[in-house]
Write a protein that binds this ligand. Sequence first.
Ligand code: CP3
Length: 340
Amino acid sequence: MDNVFIRTLKSKDHNRPPVWYMRQAGRILPSYNELRKQYSFRELMTTPELAAKVTLLPVEDLGVDAAIIFSDILTIPTAMGMDLEWTERGPVFHNPLVDAQNPHKCLSPNSDKLSFVYSAIELVKRQSDVPLLGFCGAPLTTLFYMLQGTSLKHEFPEARKFIYQNKKETELLIDAVTEFSIEYATQQINRGVDAFQLFDTHAGLMPLDIYKEMFIPAVRRIADAVRSKGIPFIFFPKGLGAGLNLVTPDLCDFVSIDWQTSLSQARQLVHPQVGLQGNIDPMLLFAPKEEIISCMEKNYKPFFANNPGWILNLGHGVMPNTPFQNIKYLTDWIKATNWI
Ligand code: CP3
């Protein structure tokens, strides 16, 4: 597969950075919003034909260099037996683990419950040559949702209290989620994903020393399983800040940088053999087109000139209601501009 995304992941020559956007399929595409009038998010995700179709919409409508399978990080808790409802106000687990006695005993992981994801991957691979990313949530982020039950309290207070009050139980839960994530990632790779991204959206909510001691080893286990199958592993530890110095080649191939940390700061912290992805502020896409391009000219073009091991992306998922014309304009500019 000779594509700028795969070439960059393999550190081969290329004359521009590859581009894809976190959360590129839902939220912003007019074609997605049309489909949402007819189907619920759950229906789109769990019907393989529809999930495959939505996965490829950003490739068709925006011309991005990679697709990410249309699913969610909360498929794992669901397939471990938790009862999830997608409401107007986001996902809600009706029995959050903070309320359970011996929560790890409530879980019953069953990979067959994720077969809709595996079938969607097979369909995408049959329909398109575009590189396909598989993904799951990292143990910390996934566990925060399982413990708290909702993302309405943005800082997951009960989940964080639980971790301090129940260290042994937390370790058992991390282990269970990690084991199941390995099974899930392995099955995605068996069905044909070309790279794998681990989303640790809430990494910045734990003190760095605890993150390092309790959660990085779990990330490494998933990374090892993915990389042992010959697939590049991209890690997105949002909010890690100065902790980016923990990111070394034994942990991941690429690290996705949030919008708070500049790419040049990140480049100094992260081990030189690890590539970078990111980190455009999703809010920039609400600015006038000229300002978007001037930010690219000023910050990103010079960065690429000195750092070819870079995948262009946002510093977090694309925001709902982002003007489609702006993201389309940016994508066209990225592909047409002279980067070197
Ligand atoms: O491009 C894509 O959209 C790819 C698929 C994808 C989704 N979720 C679909 C989705 C991916 C990669 C995710 C990851 C995800 N899900 C994360 C990690 C990345 C991040 O944004 O921080 C997290 C924390 C979740 C959990 C989640 N899913 C929440 C809190 C919500 C509700 C609020 C929201 O984001 O809309 C979701 C719903 C969700 N996941 C939607 C989509 C397309 C919106 C559903 C709809 O159409 O109404």
